[in-house]
Design a protein around this ligand. Structure first.
Ligand code: C5P
Length: 308
C-alpha cells in the first residue's frame, strides 16, 4: 500500500428521484423502495490528504452548520474502511485530513450526505490502493445508508430493496432541471415514520412500471406523471412545504418532490428555462434557494482524481 499517494480529490454529485414508489414495509422496519434515481450536476467536493502528524482522521468543512464529528457519514465511511483493513490484519494507513466543500443543500432530498459517503469510499479505494470487489464496496455503502449504493454507482438506476438493488437504466432524462429548495430541511427518518403512520399520497399517478415502459417514456412525461409517495408525509413533517407544493401545481411546473424532501424538481427543456423557473421560485419564496443543473450521465468512477 502506498501511503504517499499524494492528495485525492473527488466530486460527489447529488441525486434526484425521477420516480419514488413505496412498495411496502419490510421486516427490518425499513420500506421497500422502487425508485428511479438520477445523478445531477450539483456536487460537493472532497479532498483527502495523508496527515501522519494527526492522531485521527479529521474533517473540516466550509459549511458552519454541518456536524464534522464522528457522526458525519464521511468519517463513518473512513471508519468502515479502516475496520475492514484491520480485520484483514493490514497495518492502519496514516490519519487523513479531509476537506469538504459543501454545495448540496442539507436535508433537501438531494442525497448530499450519501454522495459524500460514497465519494469517500471511492477516494479511499484510490488513495490506499484497495482493489476490493464491487460487492464489498456496495456492502459498505449500504451499511452507511440506503442511498449510498446508488451514489457509489452514479448515473441513472432503478433502485429497489432498501435502495441497494441497482439496475442500470436509460430512461429519457430531462435536458435540465430546476432544483427548488425551501429553507427547511426534512429529516428522512421522520418523513418515513409519518408515511408509516398513514400519511399517504392519495392521487399518485399510475405509471407503467415495466423497464420497457420506463425506457420508452419521453422526459416530458416524467415531469407530468411525477410520482413520489413520500410527498404528503414530507408536507406533514414540514408544514411550510404545502405552500411550495401548491405553488408548484398552480404555476403548472412539470415534476415534484425529490426523495424525502424538501426539494421540488421541475423538469425543463434547457438550463436557461431552469434558471428562469428558479428565479420565479425565489421571488415567491425569498428564503429558498434554486439551482439550474443538468442530469449527469457518467458513473461516479469518473469523479475521482489523484493530485500531485
Ligand atoms: O438508510 P438511511 O440511514 O438513509 O435511512 C434513514 C431512515 O429512513 C431510516 O432510519 C428509516 O427510518 C428510513 N428509511 C426507510 N426505508 C428505506 C430507506 C430509509 O424506512 N428504504
Amino acid at each position: 500500500m502506498d501511503e504517499n499517494a499524494g492528495r485525492v480529490r473527488i466530486d460527489a454529485p447529488g441525486k434526484i428521484n425521477l420516480f419514488l414508489r413505496i412498495a411496502g414495509r419490510r421486516d427490518d422496519g425499513y420500506h421497500e423502495l422502487d425508485s428511479l434515481m438520477q445523478s445531477i450536476g450539483l456536487s460537493d467536493r472532497l479532498e483527502f490528504t495523508a496527515a501522519p502528524e494527526r492522531a485521527r482522521d479529521e474533517l473540516a468543512c466550509n459549511h458552519p452548520q454541518l456536524a464534522i464529528d464522528g457522526s458525519n457519514l464521511i468519517l463513518r465511511a473512513c471508519a468502515w474502511v479502516r475496520a475492514r483493513l484491520s480485520a484483514a490484519g493490514a497495518p492502519p494507513p496514516p490519519p487523513l485530513a479531509i476537506y469538504l466543500e459543501k454545495h448540496i443543500p442539507i436535508g433537501a432530498g438531494l442525497g448530499g450526505g450519501s454522495a459524500d459517503a460514497a465519494a469517500t469510499l471511492r477516494a479511499l479505494a484510490r488513495h490506499w490502493k484497495l482493489d476490493w470487489p464491487t460487492a464489498v464496496w456496495l456492502e459498505g455503502a449500504l451499511a452507511l445508508g440506503s442511498d449510498v449504493p446508488f451514489c457509489h454507482r452514479g448515473g441513472q438506476c432503478r433502485c429497489r430493496g432498501r435502495g441497494e438493488l441497482l439496475e442500470n437504466s436509460n430512461a429519457a432524462r430531462p435536458p435540465a432541471v430546476a432544483l427548488l429548495c425551501p429553507p427547511q430541511p426534512a429529516p428522512t427518518a421522520a418523513v418515513y415514520a409519518a408515511y408509516a403512520r398513514g400519511l399517504r399520497e392519495t392521487a399518485s399517478p399510475a405509471v407503467d412500471l415495466t423497464a420497457e415502459a420506463f425506457a420508452a417514456l419521453p422526459w416530458q412525461d416524467w415531469g407530468r406523471n411525477w410520482r413520489n409517495d413520500l410527498t404528503a408525509a414530507a408536507c406533514a413533517v414540514v408544514p411550510q412545504l404545502t405552500a411550495v407544493r401548491n405553488w408548484f401545481a398552480r404555476v403548472r411546473l412539470k415534476g415534484g418532490m425529490s426523495g424525502s424532501g424538501t426539494t421540488f424538481v421541475a423538469a425543463c427543456a434547457s438550463l436557461a428555462e431552469a434558471a428562469e423557473v428558479g428565479a420565479c421560485f425565489e421571488r415567491e419564496f425569498p428564503h429558498g434557494r434554486s439551482f439550474a443543473v443538468e442530469p449527469v450521465t457518467a458513473g461516479a468512477e469518473a469523479t475521482v482524481a489523484t493530485l500531485a
